[in-house]
Design a protein around this ligand. Structure first.
Ligand code: PLP
Length: 291
C-alpha cells in the first residue's frame, strides 16, 4: 500500500563540528511529511485491522498533521475528516487538505477542547469512524518514531529533535533505550513552557535518564519567531541548501548552533539533527521573509 520509507543521513558543513549530520525525514514525502508519516504508520494499520475506513482527526489551520492525514488517507483509500480549531479561514495548507479529499469542520476554540465529545457528536453513528488525536499522539505514534533509531549509526553521541507534543521524542528515546545505546536525546520544545514534555515522555517510557530538554529556544512560543531566528533560517538554508521549517526544525538547529558556540560539544562527537519535515509551514510566515 505504501512505498518504503527512504530517509538518508546527510553530513552538514560546520566550522566547529566535524561530525554533524542530518537525518532527512523531510524527504520521506512532500505531504505526509517527516515525523507525521512515522506517527501515522501504525495508526493506519490499526484502522485497517479494525475495518474502519474513515479517519477523523484534529488540528490548527496550519497543521502539518492535518495535511499528512489527508494525504495518507487518500493514498490508503480511506476517507478523512478533520476538526479545524478556530473560525473558518482559507490558506494553502487547508486547500491542499481539501484537494486530498479531506472534509473540514471548523470548530470554535471552546468546543475544540473536548475532542472525544466532538467525535461522538459528529461521528458517533458512523461505524467506520476512526479517532486520531491531535498531532497523531498515541502509543502507535511512539512506536513508529522509535524505528528511526534503527536507521541511524549506533555511535551517535547527541541526537536532536524538535518537539510539539513530545510524542516523536518519546519514540526516539524508546528506540535508544531498547537498543541499549549511549546516545543522549536532546529535545527542543517549539513552544513556551515546554518542560511538560519531560513528564509526557516519562508517562510513555517510565525513564528519562538519557534525555536533555532545552527549553530556552522557543522564540516567544509556538509558531512565533524573532528576527534572529529568521536570519538563522536564511543563513542555514542558503549555506546548506536544505530548506527548514520555521516552527520546529529551525529552533532545534538554532539550539545546536548556540550550544556549539558555548563549547557544549567535544570536537569529535557525532551529532545528528532530525529534520522532521513540515516544510509547508513556511507558507504561513510569508510576511516574515520579505526583504
Ligand atoms: C508535528 C511536528 C513536530 C512535533 O512532533 P511531536 O511529536 O508533536 O513532538 C516536529 N516537527 C515538525 C516539522 C512537525 O510537523
Amino acid at each position: 500500500m505504501f512505498t518504503d520509507i527512504y530517509s538518508p543521513l546527510q553530513q552538514l558543513k560546520h566550522p566547529l563540528l566535524r561530525e554533524f549530520w542530518m537525518k532527512r525525514d523531510d524527504l520521506i514525502d512532500p505531504y505526509i511529511s517527516g515525523n507525521k508519516w512515522r506517527k501515522l504508520k501504525y495508526l493506519l494499520s490499526k484502522a485497517f485491522k479494525e475495518n474502519k475506513h474513515h479517519l477523523i482527526t484534529f488540528g490548527g489551520a496550519y497543521s502539518n498533521h492535518l495535511l499528512a492525514t489527508a494525504a495518507a488517507a487518500s493514498r490508503a483509500g480511506l476517507k478523512s475528516s478533520a476538526f479545524v480549531r478556530g473560525e473558518e479561514v482559507e490558506n494553502e495548507m487547508l486547500m491542499l487538505c481539501r484537494i486530498f479529499g479531506m472534509h473540514l469542520v471548523f470548530t470554535d476554540r471552546t468546543s475544540y477542547k473536548d475532542k472525544t465529545q466532538l467525535f461522538q457528536q459528529h461521528f458517533g453513528d458512523d461505524p467506520n469512524a476512526f479517532f486520531i488525536d491531535e498531532g497523531g499522539a498515541s502509543a502507535e505514534a511512539v512506536q513508529g518514531c522509535a524505528e528511526i533509531i534503527a536507521e541511524l549509526p549506533e555511535d551517535v553521541d547527541h541526537l536532536f529533535c524538535a518537539a510539539g507534543t513530545g510524542t516523536t521524542a518519546a519514540g526516539l528515546l524508546k528506540g535508544i533505550l531498547e537498543r541499549g545505546l549511549k546516545t543522549t536525546l536532546h529535545v527542543v520544545p517549539a513552544l513556551k513552557g515546554g518542560s511538560f514534555i519531560e513528564e509526557e515522555i516519562f508517562n510513555y517510557l517510565g525513564n528519562t535518564d538519557q534525555l536533555v530538554l532545552h527549553t530556552a529556544y522557543h522564540f516567544g512560543g509556538y509558531a512565533k519567531t524573532q528576527p534572529a531566528l529568521i536570519d538563522f533560517i536564511k543563513n542555514f538554508v542558503s549555506s546548506q541548501g536544505i530548506l527548514i521549517d520555521p516552527v520546529y526544525t529551525a529552533k532545534m538547529l538554532y539550539a545546536i548552533e548556540d550550544l556549539s558556540t558555548k563549547d557544549y560539544f567535544k570536537p569529535q562527537e557525532k551529532i545528528v539533527a532530525l529534520h522532521t519535515g513540515g516544510l509547508l509551514g513556511i507558507l504561513g510566515m510569508k510576511e516574515k521573509f520579505k526583504p
